[in-house]
Write a protein that binds this ligand. Structure first.
Ligand code: SAM
Ligand code: SF4
Length: 330
């Protein structure tokens, strides 16, 4: 067994951890959650100390980037305390966060000061009524104010994320890109994944490919493929004459597993080796049975990486993965 670095059986080095700090959220985006969600009981969520210990183990094993996610990471109590502690981990190059943006008006500056270097902000519509319908509880005004506040706080390379669904918001692709470009922000367009059983719509009917999204953009802008990467699954194109990059995340139409460098921790402490696969390690059981035993924890993580699958298989016609994206950590 290899030690002190995480290399899977397919030769991929795992240096990126997506850490879900809560499964809870103030929104109920219809592709992400059911209207009535049962959340994990609080005692089953990893504590701040446990989240820190797990992160420290991963950084010791060569992880260089951690993205905090959820659920909505900003609803987790004492999130700034966790950010401050993680930002000081020796060896960690980047601490980032994915958020729905609704709390950023007040939180962007404190997050910057605590040590978050980059933010991804999810926004699927610029139309207030549609935004409310898509998120069930969200206010577009709050998110826009949050984005303004992030621009003032001078984060590096802030990126917007938009899940595009045919017949739902595919008429806003150009508007969303325009919004990002006008502010010098990057934007990634995401294909919807069949994670979790939902009743709001049939995912098969709302599928739209990155290729179709790109064709819409190319009616307005010249896009030139770029080899740039932010360490995630986006494939980027530069917008000729503008500062922004446009990313395409294509889990359905264009499998990106060959270059997969990441694993995910769910808020209740399961290490998921692949987004599209239930194969996992119960990290919570290990740290609660053997508190403080970092050697054992690292040993178990190394052994789990040996089980990382080669690729995911998503079929929008059927739900193989019962967990929702809020559990998985986007
Ligand atoms: N609450 C935060 C947010 O919305 O940015 C962080 C967690 S959220 C699960 C992370 C990302 O996953 C968001 O950009 C969201 O749009 C995306 N997402 C959620 N469910 C999805 C699905 N079924 N398919 C594709 N993307 C999804
Ligand atoms: Fe909440 Fe993010 Fe899921 Fe929307 S996508 S319900 S904001 S966790």
């Amino acid at each position: 067994m290899r030690t002190n670095s995480l290399i899977d059986p397919f030769g991929r080095r795992v240096d990126y951890l997506r850490l879900s700090v809560t499964d809870r959220c103030n929104f109920r985006c219809h592709y992400c959650m059911a209207e009535d969600m049962t959340f994990v009981p609080r005692q089953k969520l990893l504590s701040l100390e446990e989240l820190y210990d797990v992160s420290a183990a991963f950084v010791d094993l060569g992880v260089r980037k951690i993205r905090l996610t959820g659920g909505e990471p900003l609803v987790r109590r004492d999130i700034l305390k966790l950010v401050r502690a993680l930002a000081k981990l020796p060896g960690l190059d980047e601490l980032t966060m994915t958020t729905n943006g609704s709390y950023l008006r007040a939180m962007s500056q404190p997050l910057k000061e605590a040590g978050i270097s980059r933010l991804n902000i999810s926004i699927d519509s610029l139309q207030p009524e549609r935004f409310k319908a898509l998120t069930r509880f969200g206010s577009l005004e709050d998110v826009l104010a949050g984005i303004d506040s992030v621009l003032k706080a001078n984060f590096d390379n802030t990126k917007l994320n938009s899940v595009i669904q045919a017949g739902v918001n595919d008429d806003e692709v150009v508007d969303l890109a325009q919004f990002a470009i006008a502010r010098g922000l990057d934007i990634s367009f995401i294909e919807e994944m069949p994670l979790g059983e939902i009743t709001s719509h049939e995912r098969e009917k709302t599928q739209i490919t990155s290729k179709e999204i790109r064709q819409q953009l190319e009616t307005i802008w010249n896009l030139v493929d770029s080899a740039e990467t932010t360490g995630g699954p986006s494939r980027y194109a530069r917008v000729v004459g503008e500062d922004s990059k446009i990313g395409f995340i294509s889990p359905i139409s264009n499998n990106f597993c060959g270059s997969c460098n990441r694993v995910r921790m769910t808020a209740d402490g399961r290490l998921l080796l692949c987004l599209g696969n239930e194969n996992s390690l119960d990290v919570r059981a290990i740290i609660r049975s053997f508190p403080g035993d970092m050697k054992r924890l690292k040993h178990e993580i190394i052994a789990a990486i040996e089980r990382k699958p080669e690729r995911h298989h998503f079929d929008p016609k059927q739900v193989d993965i019962v967990r929702f994206m809020n559990m998985t950590g986007g």
